[in-house]
Design a protein. Structure first.
Length: 122
């Protein structure tokens, strides 16, 4: 049986609405849209246990501060759910910025070098 992935679409932009329509019919995906202006949005996101959160990089910063050039992921969300991947979409450049919540123990420079090698393998 195929594992279902929970994808949260975060925000109200036209881009996010289009992504919602496009992903709804994809097999193996449960797509949920969250309004960024809702109270307790971090708690709502955490309760969904998403595998992926997709947001529009071109919208103004929100309470989560996800779509911002000064990226500050919500610490409680990423620490409590380190497997979440954040995908920021930029329609202007046709690019996706993928940020992972994976945690690695780094006690020395050698540990950091191993993480860098792991993350840059193609």
């Amino acid at each position: 049986m195929e594992k279902r992935r929970t994808v949260v679409l975060y925000g109200n932009s036209l881009l996010i609405a289009g992504v919602e329509v496009s992903l709804r019919d994809q097999p193996g995906l449960d797509v949920v849209r969250i309004d960024a202006t809702l109270p307790n949005v971090v708690q709502r996101l955490g309760a969904l246990h998403p595998d992926v959160i997709i947001f529009d990089l071109t919208t103004p910063p929100s309470t989560l501060q996800l779509p911002s050039s000064n990226f500050h992921p919500p610490p409680s969300l990423l620490h409590e759910h380190p497997g979440i991947a954040l995908i920021g979409l930029d329609l202007n450049s046709n690019k996706a910025l993928v940020l992972s919540g994976q945690e690695h123990t780094v006690l020395a420079a050698n540990d950091l070098a191993q993480v860098i090698q792991l993350l840059t393998r193609s």
